[in-house]
Design a protein around this ligand. Structure first.
Ligand code: DQA
Length: 151
């Protein structure tokens, strides 16, 4: 069975208690359960991870590139948190790995502070989902699956 990697960056481990007016009351474990359920519906294995460390995220993207080339990984859904707005290294990792990746944000970053309007990830992503709350994870997974099926 082919798989999807769901990556979560800094502070997303705090979901549920972190700024609930912006991010809601759902925890990261709830998001994992939602993604696993979506994976079952799509017939895809789900690998769900979170790290607060940029280098760890970069290593995981490199590994994802190798898995994609090997034909075992469809692509990546990536909520990079604040690294979205700061990390040239993550941009380079996505480009270098050559893995299809959807940039995801729970909130509508464009309706928030100006420093959230720029993304280093967007030019390296195959698509972007923002502002749909945690349902965005489902939409991003469906988008990757449809893209891979040629739909
Ligand atoms: C976020 C938006 C980012 O600007 C922020 O730094 C996050 C979460 C989102 O999911 O809406 O940590 O990526």
């Amino acid at each position: 069975m082919s798989s999807i990697l769901i990556l979560n960056g800094p502070n997303l481990n705090l979901l549920g208690t972190r700024e609930p007016a912006v991010y809601g009351l759902t925890t990261l474990d709830d998001v994992r359960a939602l993604c696993e359920d979506t994976g079952r519906q799509l017939g895809l294995k789900v690998d769900f991870r979170q790290s607060n460390h940029e280098g760890v995220l970069i290593d995981w993207i490199h590994d994802a590139g190798a898995a994609h080339r090997a034909g075992t990984l469809l692509g990546v859904v990536f909520n990079a948190g604040a690294y979205t707005h700061t990390s040239v290294a993550l941009h380079d990792a996505i480009k270098g790995a050559g893995v299809p990746l959807v940039e995801l944000h729970i909130s509508n970053v464009h309706a928030r502070e100006p420093f959230r309007h720029h993304s280093y990830l967007s030019p390296a992503a195959v698509g972007i989902v923002a502002g749909f709350g945690i349902d965005g994870y489902v939409l991003a997974m469906q988008g990757l699956a449809r893209r891979a099926s040629g739909a």
